[in-house]
Design a protein around this ligand. Structure first.
Ligand code: DGL
Length: 260
């Protein structure tokens, strides 16, 4: 059975994988963690496009039937290029500005994302399309991807760093905080400790899983076979760290170091 392919600049996209696996348990998956090249957020558009092409070509060589670009930065910088160049459906990830703008009572929304995402024209066009009458406060998550990629997701030092990043938005009166990077859901327990209860954390993973299910159905690509789905996770970084992101491993999960 052909798998759904996913890639990210490392381990963050596992937050998207979890949502897709929960919604589509009959599908096989192949996840590429390009940790060797993390973070993408500080790279130029052409560097991100060539990394996205490399990952896509690897997944296509493994017969993936649909590719989830499980990275906001790669989506905003490269997805239109990927859609033009390759003949499979692509699902992208963008900060969930629209639901946040619909739900805010204070009319103030915070966005925590990478430099690359915040600077992209796709982010700006989506934001201006959906946020009439709502003030958007942007904050670059400087250093957060690097911390998560080294396995740091808790602790007083990280908490102080996060507080420094989000407090100015809280002081402005936001009541929605959009996580604009697929690494950041791993910080939700830490964020919940420092944010006032009035601030809702907005994560796009469930919406991405829903969209993936809809496209599989629309294109007739759903798995209908009886075999047990298999889940491959390849990293070009630290295999031990990858296994820490998958604490509930089953026998059909296969983890490997691959130099892609
Ligand atoms: N998970 C990536 C994203 O969603 C992280 C980007 C990076 O590597 O800077 O944007």
């Amino acid at each position: 059975m052909n798998p759904i392919g996913l890639f990210d600049s490392g381990l963050g996209g596992i937050s998207i994988w979890q949502a897709i696996h929960a919604m589509l348990p009959r599908e096989s998956t192949l996840y590429l963690a390009d940790s060797k090249h993390a973070p993408y957020g500080d790279k130029t558009k052409s560097e991100i496009i060539s990394l996205a092409e490399k990952n896509t070509e690897y997944l296509l060589a493994e017969n993936c039937k649909l590719i989830v670009v499980a990275c906001n930065t790669a989506t905003t910088q490269a997805i239109s290029h990927l859609r033009e160049k390759y003949g499979v459906p692509f699902i992208g990830i963008e900060p969930a500005i629209k639901p946040a703008a619909l739900n805010t009572k204070t009319k103030k929304v915070g966005v925590l994302a990478t430099k690359g995402t915040l600077a992209s024209s796709l982010f700006h066009s989506t934001t201006s399309l959906h946020t009439a009458g709502v003030a958007i406060f942007e904050q670059e998550g400087t250093g957060l991807v690097e911390r998560i990629e080294s396995g740091e997701m808790e602790g007083p030092d990280l908490e102080a760093h996060l507080k420094e990043l989000v407090q100015p938005m809280v002081d402005q009166g936001i009541d929605q905080l959009v996580l604009g990077c697929t690494h950041y859901p791993f910080l939700i327990p830490c964020l919940q400790r420092i944010l006032p209860q009035t601030v809702k954390i907005v994560d796009c993973s469930p919406a991405v899983a829903k969209q993936t299910a809809a496209i599989l159905l629309q294109k007739g690509l759903e798995n209908t076979g009886e075999e047990q789905p298999q889940h491959e996770f390849y990293t070009n970084g630290d295999l031990e760290l990858l296994s820490q992101f998958l604490p509930h491993r089953r026998p059909n999960f296969h983890l490997a170091y691959v130099d892609f």
